[in-house]
Design a protein around this ligand. Structure first.
Ligand code: SF4
Ligand code: SF4
Length: 87
């Protein structure tokens, strides 16, 4: 399930560098935004979602509109990183 950022975001920017491998997070007009097509819930990169760990206001949350299995998330990772091996 891809993550999303809620309106509580204070645009601190802490999450963006944490998504260094997938680069799914960018600064939007009024808050930071996660690209669901690139977010793998950190599957393939880390054990747990890194943006969640650093967000000071806990506004990185699973997006029920983008439900995916671990296999689907891994397939997304492989598509994003052709020829590379997931961790
Ligand atoms: S859960 Fe991981 S892949 Fe998804 S936006 Fe957060 S840091 Fe990036
Ligand atoms: S860490 Fe949280 S508050 Fe800061 S920009 Fe990211 S989502 Fe927004």
């Amino acid at each position: 399930m891809a993550y999303k950022i809620t309106e509580e975001c204070i645009s601190c920017g802490a999450c963006e560098p944490e998504c260094d491998v997938n680069q799914a997070i960018r600064e939007g007009d009024s808050m930071y935004v996660i690209d669901a097509a690139k977010c793998t819930e950190c599957v393939g990169n880390y054990e747990t979602p890194k943006c969640v760990e650093v967000c000071p206001v806990d506004c990185c949350v699973p997006d029920p509109a983008n439900k995916e299995t671990k296999e689907q998330l891994l397939a997304k990772w492989k598509k994003l990183h052709p020829g590379q091996t997931p961790k």
